[in-house]
Design a protein around this ligand. Structure first.
Ligand code: PMV
Length: 330
Protein backbone atom coordinates (compact mmCIF):
# COMPACT_ATOMS: atom_id res chain seq x y z
CA UNK A 1 0.00 0.00 0.00
CA UNK A 2 1.36 3.39 -1.02
CA UNK A 3 0.26 6.89 0.00
CA UNK A 4 1.43 9.89 -1.99
CA UNK A 5 0.57 13.56 -1.76
CA UNK A 6 0.65 16.38 -4.31
CA UNK A 7 0.34 20.10 -3.49
CA UNK A 8 -2.13 22.70 -4.66
CA UNK A 9 -1.05 26.11 -5.90
CA UNK A 10 -1.91 29.78 -5.92
CA UNK A 11 -1.12 32.37 -8.58
CA UNK A 12 0.79 35.24 -6.96
CA UNK A 13 0.61 37.49 -10.03
CA UNK A 14 -0.41 37.36 -13.66
CA UNK A 15 -3.65 35.36 -14.08
CA UNK A 16 -5.62 36.27 -17.22
CA UNK A 17 -2.67 38.27 -18.64
CA UNK A 18 -0.91 34.90 -19.05
CA UNK A 19 -3.58 34.01 -21.63
CA UNK A 20 -2.22 36.94 -23.73
CA UNK A 21 1.43 35.91 -23.61
CA UNK A 22 2.43 37.67 -20.38
CA UNK A 23 4.16 35.72 -17.59
CA UNK A 24 2.53 34.51 -14.37
CA UNK A 25 4.10 33.62 -11.02
CA UNK A 26 2.69 30.51 -9.35
CA UNK A 27 3.51 29.07 -5.92
CA UNK A 28 2.87 25.52 -4.68
CA UNK A 29 1.29 25.53 -1.21
CA UNK A 30 1.43 23.14 1.74
CA UNK A 31 -2.15 21.98 1.19
CA UNK A 32 -2.35 18.58 -0.37
CA UNK A 33 -4.33 15.95 -2.17
CA UNK A 34 -3.48 12.51 -0.72
CA UNK A 35 -3.93 9.33 -2.72
CA UNK A 36 -3.57 5.90 -1.13
CA UNK A 37 -3.30 3.01 -3.59
CA UNK A 38 -3.56 -0.69 -2.83
CA UNK A 39 -3.33 -3.24 -5.66
CA UNK A 40 -6.09 -5.87 -5.74
CA UNK A 41 -6.21 -9.22 -7.40
CA UNK A 42 -9.77 -9.15 -8.83
CA UNK A 43 -9.05 -6.49 -11.49
CA UNK A 44 -11.54 -4.00 -10.03
CA UNK A 45 -10.87 -0.33 -9.46
CA UNK A 46 -12.51 1.11 -6.37
CA UNK A 47 -12.37 4.83 -5.80
CA UNK A 48 -13.21 6.34 -2.47
CA UNK A 49 -12.91 10.10 -2.49
CA UNK A 50 -15.25 11.67 0.00
CA UNK A 51 -13.71 15.14 -0.39
CA UNK A 52 -14.27 14.99 -4.14
CA UNK A 53 -17.80 13.78 -3.58
CA UNK A 54 -16.88 10.40 -5.04
CA UNK A 55 -17.55 8.26 -2.00
CA UNK A 56 -18.13 4.62 -2.73
CA UNK A 57 -18.15 4.83 -6.51
CA UNK A 58 -16.67 1.80 -8.09
CA UNK A 59 -15.49 1.28 -11.62
CA UNK A 60 -14.47 -1.89 -13.42
CA UNK A 61 -12.08 -2.71 -16.21
CA UNK A 62 -13.91 -4.01 -19.28
CA UNK A 63 -12.69 -6.91 -21.41
CA UNK A 64 -10.82 -4.59 -23.76
CA UNK A 65 -9.13 -2.98 -20.77
CA UNK A 66 -11.10 0.31 -20.62
CA UNK A 67 -12.15 1.62 -17.25
CA UNK A 68 -15.91 1.83 -16.98
CA UNK A 69 -17.50 4.20 -14.47
CA UNK A 70 -20.67 2.64 -13.08
CA UNK A 71 -22.12 5.88 -11.77
CA UNK A 72 -22.63 9.01 -13.79
CA UNK A 73 -24.25 12.06 -12.26
CA UNK A 74 -23.24 15.67 -12.87
CA UNK A 75 -20.37 17.14 -10.88
CA UNK A 76 -19.39 13.77 -9.51
CA UNK A 77 -18.50 12.32 -12.86
CA UNK A 78 -16.37 15.32 -13.76
CA UNK A 79 -14.17 14.78 -10.70
CA UNK A 80 -14.20 11.06 -11.39
CA UNK A 81 -13.06 11.71 -14.96
CA UNK A 82 -9.70 12.98 -13.73
CA UNK A 83 -9.15 9.88 -11.61
CA UNK A 84 -10.31 7.57 -14.40
CA UNK A 85 -8.09 9.15 -17.06
CA UNK A 86 -5.13 9.30 -14.64
CA UNK A 87 -5.44 5.54 -13.96
CA UNK A 88 -5.70 4.80 -17.69
CA UNK A 89 -2.53 6.77 -18.45
CA UNK A 90 -0.68 5.22 -15.49
CA UNK A 91 -1.66 1.75 -16.76
CA UNK A 92 -0.37 2.71 -20.20
CA UNK A 93 2.91 3.96 -18.71
CA UNK A 94 3.71 0.73 -16.84
CA UNK A 95 1.98 -1.33 -19.54
CA UNK A 96 0.12 -3.30 -16.87
CA UNK A 97 -3.58 -3.24 -15.96
CA UNK A 98 -3.94 -4.18 -12.32
CA UNK A 99 -7.03 -3.63 -10.16
CA UNK A 100 -6.59 -1.05 -7.44
CA UNK A 101 -8.26 0.56 -4.42
CA UNK A 102 -7.80 4.31 -4.45
CA UNK A 103 -8.55 6.47 -1.45
CA UNK A 104 -8.40 10.19 -2.27
CA UNK A 105 -8.47 12.99 0.28
CA UNK A 106 -8.16 16.74 -0.29
CA UNK A 107 -7.13 19.41 2.22
CA UNK A 108 -8.34 22.04 -0.24
CA UNK A 109 -11.79 23.01 -1.39
CA UNK A 110 -12.44 21.40 -4.78
CA UNK A 111 -13.03 23.63 -7.80
CA UNK A 112 -11.92 26.83 -6.05
CA UNK A 113 -8.91 27.48 -8.30
CA UNK A 114 -6.25 25.92 -6.03
CA UNK A 115 -5.32 23.27 -8.57
CA UNK A 116 -7.03 20.31 -6.88
CA UNK A 117 -7.83 18.54 -10.15
CA UNK A 118 -4.16 18.74 -11.20
CA UNK A 119 -3.06 17.46 -7.77
CA UNK A 120 -5.54 14.57 -8.10
CA UNK A 121 -4.16 13.71 -11.55
CA UNK A 122 -0.50 13.87 -10.44
CA UNK A 123 -1.03 11.97 -7.18
CA UNK A 124 -3.21 9.27 -8.76
CA UNK A 125 -0.72 8.49 -11.54
CA UNK A 126 2.20 8.51 -9.11
CA UNK A 127 0.41 6.32 -6.53
CA UNK A 128 -0.54 3.70 -9.15
CA UNK A 129 2.99 3.54 -10.57
CA UNK A 130 4.63 3.36 -7.12
CA UNK A 131 2.19 0.75 -5.83
CA UNK A 132 3.14 -1.49 -8.75
CA UNK A 133 6.81 -1.06 -7.85
CA UNK A 134 7.82 1.19 -10.75
CA UNK A 135 9.31 4.68 -10.90
CA UNK A 136 8.77 7.65 -13.18
CA UNK A 137 10.78 10.73 -14.05
CA UNK A 138 9.04 13.85 -12.74
CA UNK A 139 9.02 15.52 -16.17
CA UNK A 140 7.22 12.50 -17.59
CA UNK A 141 4.79 12.50 -14.67
CA UNK A 142 4.00 16.21 -15.22
CA UNK A 143 3.47 15.50 -18.92
CA UNK A 144 1.03 12.63 -18.24
CA UNK A 145 -0.91 14.64 -15.65
CA UNK A 146 -1.17 17.58 -18.08
CA UNK A 147 -2.53 15.09 -20.63
CA UNK A 148 -5.21 14.11 -18.08
CA UNK A 149 -6.28 17.77 -17.75
CA UNK A 150 -6.30 18.31 -21.51
CA UNK A 151 -8.30 15.11 -22.14
CA UNK A 152 -10.87 15.89 -19.45
CA UNK A 153 -11.18 19.67 -19.93
CA UNK A 154 -10.49 19.99 -23.65
CA UNK A 155 -7.68 22.47 -23.06
CA UNK A 156 -5.50 23.31 -20.08
CA UNK A 157 -2.28 25.15 -19.35
CA UNK A 158 0.51 23.01 -17.85
CA UNK A 159 0.82 25.36 -14.85
CA UNK A 160 -1.20 23.46 -12.25
CA UNK A 161 0.17 20.02 -13.11
CA UNK A 162 3.75 21.36 -13.12
CA UNK A 163 3.25 22.94 -9.69
CA UNK A 164 1.65 19.76 -8.27
CA UNK A 165 4.58 17.69 -9.60
CA UNK A 166 7.58 19.87 -8.79
CA UNK A 167 6.39 22.24 -6.04
CA UNK A 168 8.25 25.50 -5.43
CA UNK A 169 7.64 28.80 -7.18
CA UNK A 170 7.60 29.03 -10.96
CA UNK A 171 7.70 31.92 -13.39
CA UNK A 172 5.43 30.74 -16.19
CA UNK A 173 6.13 32.08 -19.68
CA UNK A 174 3.67 31.11 -22.41
CA UNK A 175 5.21 30.02 -25.70
CA UNK A 176 2.57 29.17 -28.25
CA UNK A 177 0.42 26.37 -26.82
CA UNK A 178 3.12 25.57 -24.33
CA UNK A 179 4.59 27.29 -21.32
CA UNK A 180 8.17 27.52 -20.17
CA UNK A 181 8.46 27.24 -16.40
CA UNK A 182 11.44 28.84 -14.66
CA UNK A 183 12.00 27.91 -11.00
CA UNK A 184 12.26 30.99 -8.78
CA UNK A 185 14.27 31.08 -5.56
CA UNK A 186 12.42 33.18 -2.96
CA UNK A 187 14.47 35.54 -0.78
CA UNK A 188 12.10 35.04 2.14
CA UNK A 189 9.18 32.99 3.44
CA UNK A 190 5.90 33.99 1.85
CA UNK A 191 3.14 33.73 4.45
CA UNK A 192 -0.26 33.50 2.81
CA UNK A 193 -3.78 33.47 4.09
CA UNK A 194 -6.23 32.12 1.54
CA UNK A 195 -9.85 33.17 1.68
CA UNK A 196 -12.48 31.46 -0.39
CA UNK A 197 -16.14 31.65 -1.26
CA UNK A 198 -18.14 29.48 -3.65
CA UNK A 199 -17.52 30.19 -7.32
CA UNK A 200 -20.25 31.72 -9.45
CA UNK A 201 -18.47 31.45 -12.82
CA UNK A 202 -16.14 28.94 -14.41
CA UNK A 203 -12.59 29.66 -15.52
CA UNK A 204 -13.67 29.02 -19.11
CA UNK A 205 -16.49 31.63 -18.97
CA UNK A 206 -14.28 34.24 -17.30
CA UNK A 207 -11.48 33.79 -19.84
CA UNK A 208 -14.10 34.15 -22.63
CA UNK A 209 -15.56 37.28 -21.03
CA UNK A 210 -12.13 38.95 -20.89
CA UNK A 211 -11.53 37.87 -24.51
CA UNK A 212 -14.74 39.62 -25.63
CA UNK A 213 -13.65 42.84 -23.92
CA UNK A 214 -10.20 42.52 -25.46
CA UNK A 215 -11.69 42.15 -28.91
CA UNK A 216 -14.20 44.99 -28.62
CA UNK A 217 -12.01 47.48 -26.68
CA UNK A 218 -8.49 46.41 -27.42
CA UNK A 219 -7.06 49.92 -26.87
CA UNK A 220 -8.47 49.92 -23.31
CA UNK A 221 -7.78 46.30 -22.33
CA UNK A 222 -4.34 45.85 -23.90
CA UNK A 223 -2.57 48.30 -21.53
CA UNK A 224 -4.18 46.57 -18.52
CA UNK A 225 -2.86 43.19 -19.70
CA UNK A 226 0.64 44.58 -20.35
CA UNK A 227 0.61 46.30 -16.98
CA UNK A 228 -0.22 43.02 -15.24
CA UNK A 229 2.74 41.46 -17.09
CA UNK A 230 5.00 44.21 -15.77
CA UNK A 231 3.69 43.70 -12.22
CA UNK A 232 4.47 39.97 -12.49
CA UNK A 233 8.08 40.66 -13.53
CA UNK A 234 8.51 43.19 -10.70
CA UNK A 235 6.78 40.79 -8.29
CA UNK A 236 9.32 38.11 -9.16
CA UNK A 237 12.21 40.51 -8.47
CA UNK A 238 10.65 41.59 -5.16
CA UNK A 239 10.22 37.93 -4.16
CA UNK A 240 13.82 37.09 -5.04
CA UNK A 241 15.02 40.04 -2.96
CA UNK A 242 12.71 39.08 -0.10
CA UNK A 243 10.90 42.44 -0.27
CA UNK A 244 7.49 41.48 1.13
CA UNK A 245 6.30 45.09 1.32
CA UNK A 246 6.80 45.67 -2.39
CA UNK A 247 5.22 42.28 -3.10
CA UNK A 248 2.15 43.45 -1.17
CA UNK A 249 1.91 46.76 -3.04
CA UNK A 250 2.16 44.92 -6.35
CA UNK A 251 -0.55 42.46 -5.28
CA UNK A 252 -2.87 45.37 -4.54
CA UNK A 253 -2.28 46.92 -7.97
CA UNK A 254 -2.71 43.51 -9.61
CA UNK A 255 -6.05 43.08 -7.87
CA UNK A 256 -7.23 46.51 -9.02
CA UNK A 257 -6.42 45.61 -12.62
CA UNK A 258 -8.18 42.22 -12.35
CA UNK A 259 -11.21 44.04 -10.96
CA UNK A 260 -10.99 46.42 -13.93
CA UNK A 261 -11.09 43.39 -16.24
CA UNK A 262 -14.35 42.41 -14.52
CA UNK A 263 -13.29 39.09 -13.01
CA UNK A 264 -13.67 40.02 -9.33
CA UNK A 265 -16.91 39.83 -7.35
CA UNK A 266 -18.34 41.75 -4.42
CA UNK A 267 -17.47 38.89 -2.04
CA UNK A 268 -13.90 38.64 -3.34
CA UNK A 269 -13.47 42.43 -3.03
CA UNK A 270 -14.83 42.37 0.51
CA UNK A 271 -12.31 39.70 1.53
CA UNK A 272 -9.48 41.55 -0.25
CA UNK A 273 -10.24 44.88 1.50
CA UNK A 274 -10.99 43.31 4.90
CA UNK A 275 -7.56 41.61 4.78
CA UNK A 276 -5.77 44.87 3.99
CA UNK A 277 -7.62 46.77 6.70
CA UNK A 278 -6.62 44.08 9.20
CA UNK A 279 -2.94 44.54 8.38
CA UNK A 280 -2.10 42.30 5.40
CA UNK A 281 0.82 43.65 3.37
CA UNK A 282 -1.23 43.10 0.23
CA UNK A 283 -4.13 41.07 -1.12
CA UNK A 284 -5.67 40.03 -4.40
CA UNK A 285 -7.95 37.51 -5.96
CA UNK A 286 -6.08 34.45 -7.19
CA UNK A 287 -6.93 32.21 -10.14
CA UNK A 288 -9.68 32.99 -12.58
CA UNK A 289 -11.97 34.93 -10.21
CA UNK A 290 -15.78 34.89 -10.26
CA UNK A 291 -15.68 33.86 -6.60
CA UNK A 292 -13.22 31.22 -5.51
CA UNK A 293 -10.03 32.31 -3.81
CA UNK A 294 -8.13 35.41 -2.72
CA UNK A 295 -4.71 35.59 -1.08
CA UNK A 296 -3.51 37.94 1.63
CA UNK A 297 0.19 38.40 2.28
CA UNK A 298 0.14 37.91 6.04
CA UNK A 299 0.32 35.40 8.86
CA UNK A 300 -1.80 37.48 11.25
CA UNK A 301 -4.74 35.90 12.97
CA UNK A 302 -6.53 39.28 12.71
CA UNK A 303 -6.43 38.95 8.92
CA UNK A 304 -7.96 35.46 9.10
CA UNK A 305 -10.72 36.74 11.38
CA UNK A 306 -11.40 39.74 9.11
CA UNK A 307 -11.80 37.46 6.09
CA UNK A 308 -14.13 35.17 8.03
CA UNK A 309 -16.23 38.14 9.15
CA UNK A 310 -17.03 38.91 5.51
CA UNK A 311 -18.39 35.36 5.15
CA UNK A 312 -15.30 33.76 3.59
CA UNK A 313 -13.59 30.55 4.71
CA UNK A 314 -9.89 30.55 5.51
CA UNK A 315 -6.86 28.36 4.79
CA UNK A 316 -3.35 29.27 5.95
CA UNK A 317 -0.55 28.27 3.63
CA UNK A 318 3.18 28.47 3.08
CA UNK A 319 5.38 27.35 0.25
CA UNK A 320 5.66 23.65 -0.61
CA UNK A 321 9.09 22.87 -2.04
CA UNK A 322 8.71 19.13 -2.60
CA UNK A 323 5.95 18.67 -5.12
CA UNK A 324 4.60 15.14 -5.29
CA UNK A 325 6.12 12.73 -2.74
CA UNK A 326 5.52 9.29 -1.29
CA UNK A 327 4.44 9.74 2.34
CA UNK A 328 4.18 6.07 3.25
CA UNK A 329 4.95 2.78 1.59
CA UNK A 330 4.24 -0.53 3.32
O1 PMV B 1 -8.72 28.93 -12.03
P1 PMV B 1 -7.26 28.76 -12.08
O2 PMV B 1 -6.54 28.86 -10.79
O3 PMV B 1 -6.83 27.55 -12.87
O4 PMV B 1 -6.65 30.02 -12.85
C1 PMV B 1 -6.87 30.27 -14.18
C2 PMV B 1 -5.84 31.22 -14.64
C3 PMV B 1 -6.22 31.95 -15.92
O5 PMV B 1 -5.12 32.78 -16.24
C4 PMV B 1 -7.44 32.81 -15.71
C5 PMV B 1 -6.51 30.98 -17.05
C6 PMV B 1 -5.30 30.25 -17.59
O6 PMV B 1 -5.51 29.23 -18.29
O7 PMV B 1 -4.16 30.67 -17.38
Amino acid sequence: MVTVRAPGKVILYGEHAVVYGEPALAMAINKYVYVTARARSDGKININARDLRLAGISVTISENGDIIARTDYGAVISALSYVKRAVELAMGYVDKKVGIDLEIRSEMPVGAGLGTSAAVAVATIYAYIKELGYDIDKRELARLAWQVEKDVQGSASPTDTTMATFGGIMFVKPEGNNAVMEPVRPGTNVPLIIGYVPRVSTTKDLVAMVRRKYETMRDVIEPIIRSIGLITRKGREALERGDLELMGVLMNINHGLLDALGVSTRQLNEMVYAARNAGALGSKLTGAGGGGCMIALSDKVEVEKAIELTGGSVLKAVLDINGVVVVSND
